[in-house]
Ligand binder design. Structure first.
Ligand code: HEC
Ligand code: HEC
Length: 484
């Protein structure tokens, strides 16, 4: 164990040596990540890890048994799915090949987050808007504020475990539509406890899961006592080890090794005049805070906001905005704020931004340097095809679905890039922006990108070995690779 002050000293001496004394580090370099920085001190019980691994790739946790966590968090695709916005439940194929075979109501409105180092204790909130968070004031079960409110069960020991309670409750991600299966029905009726119960029952009835829960959890004497929170804990144990990633050239630099001269120059910009470390600070290169940086909003959005221009144009009663953090806090000052993403392995985690609006890391970085110009010049690069879209038809008593009217198809597709068309939406996004423009030369931008590439841990490029050959349900684990 080495005291932090040594690293500070290395950082400062490197600064002096390279003669860039006009820059002062906005923040000193972070400390090296250690085992104790992770849940279970980096070493959960291997039995729990193995259980979580099977669950992560097994479609059994989805209502229609057709999608797994690994479908969207693919260990070979930067722990995301390589597309701007995921096609969830009902889709077929993986990565950019994924398409809709069964009709689906739409795409997931946000980019699938990368899962590198989500097991770090420093994570007090999850999701782009932090809607699941440790609430130090208490008042919520397990001191966690979440969309489930008081329904979140007691006995959840960390936020990552609590996070795993939620993907299964999303109709569009994993649960499916009402009428298709009992889990989806429970979700549609807002009976989350019942949805979790049904899934736990599935596990209790599956040989190859039931006994392993009994072995892994002292409080479970017989399979009927399995609760979904136990599955969530196993998922957390798996993720925290499987996606830990701290073997990058940047980590070596923190321990005293040198970067290439270009990457080192980029590091000094990052911690200096480019001011990146104002927000991307600490060992995970995030302040865990929320900021508005005017990323173009593409896709269906979250239905927030007051820009009714799309509804007026198309006749679809729908708002295309995503207010991010404000939808959690209710505070209008938080509009368009999103959680600062960790930049570890950022070169692997594209498309970039909370909605995958940028298809290159470079365009994402250039956006930061002049958000206003970038937003105004933005031309959607994301391909967002949806072959078989369905529309919900809401009656007083129930919701049913019908295929999208072909005549409405162009209006439906335009929704995805409405940010081009609505000056009002653009203005709202820009008003919230907190980033001041930064002037960098082309050479400096190249150096900054070289630094961002030094954040790539070579062991993270392809972790497809994590996907098991078979899973206890007998279903095909997801993702599947074409192994020639
Ligand atoms: C349909 C694709 C999809 C599936 C399936 C899916 N996720 Fe996600 N995941 C996402 C998206 C999209 C987000 C960001 C959502 C948001 O911010 O609203 C996310 C966010 C997360 C996060 C938060 C990361 C962070 O930094 O805040 C974790 C952890 C996570 N997912 C784990 C899981 C687990 C575990 C499962 C299975 C139980 C799962 N996901 C299933 C798409 C998916
Ligand atoms: C004011 C805080 C702030 C500053 C300063 C800042 N960023 Fe960001 N950065 C963010 C936020 C917030 C996001 C996510 C925004 C979104 O998705 O809407 C982000 C996203 C990114 C992404 C995309 C990550 C991903 O996984 O999608 C990259 C790359 C990035 N920033 C690099 C930089 C660089 C390089 C600098 C310095 C030039 C910088 N940032 C300065 C807050 C900041």
């Amino acid at each position: 164990m080495k005291p932090i002050s040594i690293f500070v000293a290395i950082g400062l001496s490197a600064l002096t040596l390279s003669g860039n004394a006009q820059y002062t580090f906005a923040q000193t370099l972070p400390a090296v990540l250690e085992d104790r920085d992770f849940l279970w001190d980096g070493a959960p019980d291997p039995k729990l890890f193995d259980l979580g691994r099977d669950l992560f790739f097994d479609p059994i946790l989805s209502g229609n048994r057709n999608i797994a966590c690994g479908t969207c968090h693919d260990p070979k695709r930067g722990t995301g799915d390589g597309v701007a916005l995921s096609i969830g439940e009902g889709g077929d194929g993986f990565g950019t090949d994924r398409h809709t075979v069964d009709p689906v109501t739409g795409r997931v409105p946000r980019n699938a987050q990368a899962l590198y180092n989500v097991g770090a204790r420093a994570y007090g909130s999850f999701f782009h808007d932090g809607r699941l968070e440790v609430n130090r004031m208490g008042g919520f079960p397990s001191r966690l504020r979440s969309p489930a409110g008081k329904d979140l069960p007691e006995g959840i020991s960390n936020a990552l475990t609590a996070q795993a309670m939620f993907p299964v409750l999303s109709s569009i991600e994993m649960a499916g539509q009402p009428g298709e299966n009992a889990v989806a029905d429970a979700v549609a009726q807002n009976d989350v406890a019942r949805a979790w119960r049904l899934l736990a029952n599935r596990l209790a009835q599956t040989q190859g899961y039931a006994d392993r829960f009994v072995e892994s959890f002292p409080e479970i004497a017989k399979p009927q006592q399995i609760e979904f929170r136990h599955a969530a804990e196993a998922l957390a144990a798996f993720q925290s080890v499987a996606f830990r990633s701290d073997q990058s050239p940047f980590d070596a630099r923190l321990e005293g090794a040198s970067l290439s001269s270009r990457a080192e120059a980029g590091l000094q910009l990052f911690y200096g005049k480019a001011r990146c470390s104002n927000c991307h600070s600490g060992p995970l290169l995030t302040d865990h805070g929320f900021h508005a940086i005017a990323v173009p909003q593409i896709g269906p959005g979250k239905g927030h906001g007051d820009d009714g221009s799309y509804a007026a144009y198309s006749g679809f009663e729908h708002r295309t905005e995503d207010h991010g953090r404000a939808s959690v806090t209710g505070n209008s000052a938080d509009r368009f704020r999103f959680r600062t993403p960790s930049l570890r392995n950022v070169a692997l985690t594209g498309p970039w931004g909370h909605d995958g609006a940028f298809d290159t890391m470079e365009s994402m970085v250039r956006h930061h340097l002049d958000p206003s110009a970038s937003l105004k010049a933005y031309l959607a690069v994301a391909l967002l095809p949806l072959d078989h879209a369905i529309q919900p038809v809401v009656n007083r008593s129930s919701t049913s679905f019908r295929m999208l009217d072909p005549a409405l198809r162009p209006a439906f597709d335009l929704r995805d890039v409405w940010v081009h068309t609505s000056p009002r939406l653009q203005r709202n996004i820009l008003q919230a922006n907190e980033l001041a423009p930064v002037a960098l030369t082309e050479q400096e931008i190249g150096e900054l990108l070289a630094f961002l590439n030094s954040l790539t841990d070579p062991t993270a490029r392809d972790r497809s070995h994590l996907v098991p050959e078979t899973v206890p349900s007998g279903l095909d684990p997801q993702p599947r690779y074409d192994r020639h």
